[in-house]
Ligand binder design. Structure first.
Ligand code: AKB
Length: 322
């Protein structure tokens, strides 16, 4: 069994990906790393954990060499709304770390997973059934780092043969770790508020369509792509993947089927609305379906049902924090 390193294991995707990989493989081969010294206790106790600053390329090199790492899931990144407030930090983290880990991948020869996002598209991209290959002129710094990251991964693959793979994630909905400052975060927050207070104030307009996906599908996609036969991959990086596309109103109506007294109102945040308006309504994920058999398990109805059941049980047990 190869040793696998997760960089950014304390984040929304990193936490659950670490659990998923430790369940799927031998936990002692799955090394979680994060700049934070303390994370979820399960994460730190369920297998090896290394406190590592992804910006410190020497430390990253040493860890990868010492632990004989053969696969890296690179999840150290800042999300769209936070990026916009500090573009310089966005560039340094989203691009600087990626650049140095790709360089190390070329030298020490390991396989990488690098996620991109719907944020890699912009106002001039076709909005519906957004193709795999299309116009990418994003107007947020997050989007700029995502497109540049996609191109950099392509470059390392084509020029040096680094086996770097990735998907364009839509908004990810989960019930373990909250997302940290993205444009799509409302689709997680709404569940918590619906269960606790039976009402939610949304920062996006009621008719804003965005692609979304439930966490189990995001984990499945990441690992299936990493396990796919190299020769079937026509794109390698930046595969469009999606599971559902909805607006805040559609999601609220779905939640009302479970919590009839739930109400939603709107107080628009211009920053996040501007970003959301520039992203696709729904992506075409045919290339992922054809090349590595991608298909999601969770629809809007199925995801909503699962989220409400899990969070309600947790709320009833704990009383406050869901
Ligand atoms: C964000 O909203 O910034 C992320 C993303 C879609 O990349 N969830």
């Amino acid at each position: 069994m190869e040793n696998i390193l997760i960089i950014g294991a304390g984040g929304q995707i990193g936490t659950e990906l670490t659990y998923y990989l430790r369940n799927k493989y031998n936990a002692k081969n799955i090394i979680a790393s994060d700049i934070r010294a303390t994370l979820h206790s399960d994460l730190m106790e369920g297998g090896p954990f290394i406190r590592m600053d992804a910006m410190d390329s020497r430390q990253v090199y040493q860890v990868i060499q010492k632990e004989k790492i053969k696969q890296v899931y690179f999840l150290a990144a800042i999300l769209s709304a936070v990026c916009e407030k500090n573009p310089e930090m966005a560039w340094d983290i989203n691009m600087g770390c990626l650049n140095s880990v790709l360089r190390i991948a070329n030298e020490l020869k390991f396989k990488m997973f690098v996620p991109s996002s719907i944020g890699a598209f912009g106002n001039t991209t076709p909005k519906d059934k957004t193709p795999q290959l299309t116009i990418q002129r994003p107007n947020s710094i997050y989007g700029v780092t995502k497109v540049a990251g996609e191109l950099l991964c392509d470059y390392y693959h084509e020029k040096y043969g680094v086996d770097v793979r990735g998907v364009r994630f839509p908004g990810i909905i989960s019930n373990v770790v909250p997302p940290g400052g993205g444009t799509t975060d409302y689709a997680v927050d709404i569940f918590h508020k619906a269960i606790k207070y039976k009402k939610y104030t949304c920062y996006l307009k009621e008719d804003t369509y965005l692609d979304m996906m439930y966490m189990p599908d995001a984990l499945k996609a990441s690992v299936n792509l990493m396990e796919a036969d190299y020769h079937t991959l026509h794109h390698h990086n930046s595969y469009n993947i999606t599971a559902m596309s909805f607006t805040p109103k559609i999601l609220a109506d779905e939640i009302k089927k479970h919590i009839p007294e739930f109400t939603i109102d709107y107080e628009i945040d211009p920053l996040r609305q501007r970003i959301a308006d520039s992203w696709p309504n729904s992506m075409d994920d045919t290339a992922a379906r054809n090349d590595w058999n991608w298909s999601p398990d969770f629809s809007l109805e199925h995801m909503t049902n699962d989220m409400i059941q899990i969070l309600t049980e947790r709320f009833n047990r704990k009383g406050k924090d869901v």
